[in-house]
Design a protein around this ligand. Structure first.
Ligand SMILES: NC(=O)c1ccc[n+]([C@@H]2O[C@H](COP(=O)([O-])OP(=O)(O)OC[C@H]3O[C@@H](n4cnc5c(N)ncnc54)[C@H](O)[C@@H]3O)[C@@H](O)[C@H]2O)c1
Ligand SMILES: [Zn+2]
Length: 245
């Protein structure tokens, strides 16, 4: 396999999706039966679902929390943390995943655009920040309240809600010279558009995953394979002239 050379002037923006956590045992969203861990997304992951059945939503995300805490980062998560250690501020990682496997592998310049399993926030949007919350809720009465009296909801971007920190993401894409997209099917927006934004800025674009994504035609290179097998050793970071001397 040909290695991808990261030159001293390059800045790398990485977007990951459910596929990077697949080898850690966490199911991706669009399995063949169209269900996600046995659920229909619209029953557990929309503002309507939360209004209609908050107990059901908490049961679903409690199960995701339990599975998430048990899972371990795989070689793909570690490879990205190692790439960041070499590139430091020339690296930025945006994940659609709500698990914490990237940070547990050591990633630091990391943004969770679809929220985080390990946090909860006020359902009334009273302005208070999300809080760390690893609780497993078996019923609604166990769910803590916000200081304003509102009920806490998972800090997850439901379908139909706007992803987090889009301005920062757009800035980082604009600064980058290379976009690497890993393990995402390319059918959830706006994330599926990032590759197009990167191209508009003249970036080189690379996809890594076992099958071609829906937006495959927008990539300069598609590297077919499992992330945990492909990513370790995929990048070769060239030293800058100062560091090389
Ligand atoms: N808010 C929610 O709770 C919720 C629910 C469903 C989807 N979503 C969001 O939609 C986003 C988009 O979904 P997605 O594209 O991440 O997931 P997806 O399930 O649509 O796609 C998974 C991708 O991973 C690839 N893959 C499978 N095994 C792999 C491996 N070992 N290595 C690399 N790639 C592998 C598959 O080929 C597929 O393209 C999700 O990340 C999620 O944030 C959110
Ligand atoms: Zn509140």
């Amino acid at each position: 396999m040909e290695r991808i050379v990261v030159a001293p002037e390059d800045r790398v923006f990485v977007l990951t999706g459910a596929g990077i956590s697949a080898e850690s045992g966490l199911p991706t969203f669009r399995a063949e039966d169209g269900l996600w861990a046995g659920y229909r997304v619209e029953d557990v992951c929309t503002p309507e679902a939360w209004r209609r059945d908050p107990a059901g939503v908490w049961a679903f995300y409690s199960a995701r929390r339990e599975a998430g805490w048990k899972a371990e980062p795989n070689p793909a998560h570690h490879a990205l943390a190692e790439l960041e250690a070499e590139l430091v501020e020339r690296f930025f990682l945006c994940t659609q995943n709500v698990d914490d496997l990237h940070e547990r592998a050591g990633s630091k310049r990391l943004l969770h655009m679809h929220g985080e399993l390990a946090k909860s926030r006020c359902e009334d949007e009273c302005g208070r920040e999300p809080v760390e919350d690893r609780a497993i809720h078996s019923n609604l009465s166990a769910v803590a309240q916000c200081a304003c009296g509102g009920r806490l909801r998972p800090h997850i971007v439901f379908f139909g809600e706007i992803p987090l920190e889009m301005d920062r993401i757009q800035d980082e894409i604009a600064k980058a010279t290379m976009m690497v997209v890993i393990g995402t099917s390319g059918n959830v927006y706006p994330a599926a558009n990032f590759v197009h934004w990167a191209r508009q800025h003249g970036s080189r674009t690379v996809y890594v995953g076992p099958e071609r994504p829906l937006n495959a035609q927008a990539f300069d290179e598609v590297v077919l394979g499992k992330a945990g097998e492909v990513l370790p050793g995929l990048f070769r970071v060239e030293l800058g002239s100062r560091a090389a001397r």
